[in-house]
Design a protein around this ligand. Structure first.
Ligand code: NI
Length: 355
């Protein structure tokens, strides 16, 4: 079953959880204060031994099973997320501690919350691999939202974006995957990397992908001089224009960090993100897969990095899974063309359909 053929590599709870909860995000994709501040209030990480994987047969059979045909549930939109805090946590078919185990989630996995949890309820109702399931509240924590659901109307669009490349080896591998899936994505390239890998950018542009700016040297734009800020932007625009044929029309500031000075200095749209699977932190294709597919909604902008082999590997599963759930893949430029209104301004975290 190629769709979910990635072998699950369970991480230890200690690594994933401690990193996620306590360390300020320092890698390039991170800096999302939203994600880090949300991932705090955890209790009882290791307090439920029966939910921390003593049976070993369930997960492999689960992962080998065929993906389900999209159901009514897939048309619904969830507004909440739950973070798995324990390691190898059992996902169950019902909200009971002796209910059938239908899967097992590694620490750091994000699940869509399908229903609010009452104070006396010990399980969250979540979506796992596109199916309704339950996870014990003692080994997970609500990150966001109310769990309210609404039917989503119309088409489901999603923009895959890749930062920090181009990488000499990995980006061409990713381009091969995108080509075979006939999917267009957006590459937020570093000017410094583009300079040394011009042929990769050229190929990406020729194959219909959007080439956008992630600045030249990956500096925090809010902490450099105006002159330096301008050279970060302009030098990158130049190398992109030379190799992709046109200037970038979108900027993703490193760490998602921007302020009024940054907005004043750029005349293009500033693109943040709505889904951060933290691929740069986990470097685990299975977690990246779960953290994108479990929470994807119409209009989402997905942040990934084409400089990690695990992220490129994850795309082999993410794209088919999202296609199965009815998503169409668009570049940022296309998403803006289809969804933006003047009221949106120039900074985007997502481009959901206005209700
Ligand atoms: Ni970055």
């Amino acid at each position: 079953m190629k769709l979910l053929s990635i072998k699950i590599l369970y991480k230890t709870a200690a690594i994933a959880l401690v990193c996620l909860m306590t360390i300020a995000m320092t890698s390039c994709g991170g800096g999302s204060s939203k994600a880090s501040s949300q991932a705090v209030a955890s209790e009882a990480v290791s307090s439920e031994p029966q939910d921390t994987a003593e049976e070993s047969e369930a997960s492999s059979s689960q992962q080998e099973s065929e993906p389900e045909i999209p159901t009514e549930n897939d048309k619904q939109t969830t507004f909440g997320t739950v973070l798995v805090t324990g390691d190898k946590v059992n996902i169950r078919a019902e909200a009971k501690s002796d209910a059938k185990v239908t899967g097992r989630a590694a620490a750091g996995t994000v699940l869509a919350l399908l229903k609010n949890r009452g104070e006396d309820e010990e399980f969250y109702k979540v979506s796992y691999g596109g199916k309704e399931a339950y996870i014990a509240a003692s080994v997970s924590t609500q990150l966001s939202g109310t769990g309210v659901q609404a039917a989503s109307k119309g088409e489901k669009l999603i923009a895959l974006t890749f930062d920090d490349g181009p990488d000499k080896n990995l980006t061409p591998q990713l381009l091969d995957i995108l080509k075979s899936e006939e999917v267009q994505a957006t590459f937020f390239v570093l000017g410094s990397a583009a300079k040394v890998n011009p042929s990769v950018i050229k190929r990406a542009a020729e194959e219909g992908h959007q080439i956008a700016s992630h600045t030249y040297n990956h500096k925090d734009l809010t902490s450099i001089s105006e002159a330096k800020l301008k050279s970060e932007i302009n030098d990158t625009a130049k190398v992109i224009e030379q190799n992709a044929g046109s200037k970038p029309i979108a900027l993703r500031p490193p760490y998602g960090a921007y302020n009024a000075a940054v907005l004043n200095a750029v005349d293009v749209n500033v693109i943040i993100w709505s889904i951060d699977p933290m691929d740069w932190k986990f470097k685990d294709a299975e977690i990246v897969y779960q953290n994108v597919v479990n929470v994807a909604r119409d209009g989402d902008i997905v942040l990934m990095h084409d400089v990690h082999a695990s992220s490129v590997e994850a795309m082999k599963s993410i794209i088919p899974a999202l296609k199965l759930r009815g998503f169409s893949f668009v570049t940022i430029e296309k998403l803006i063309e289809l969804r933006s209104t003047p009221a949106h301004g120039k900074v985007y975290n997502d481009l959901r359909n206005a209700a």
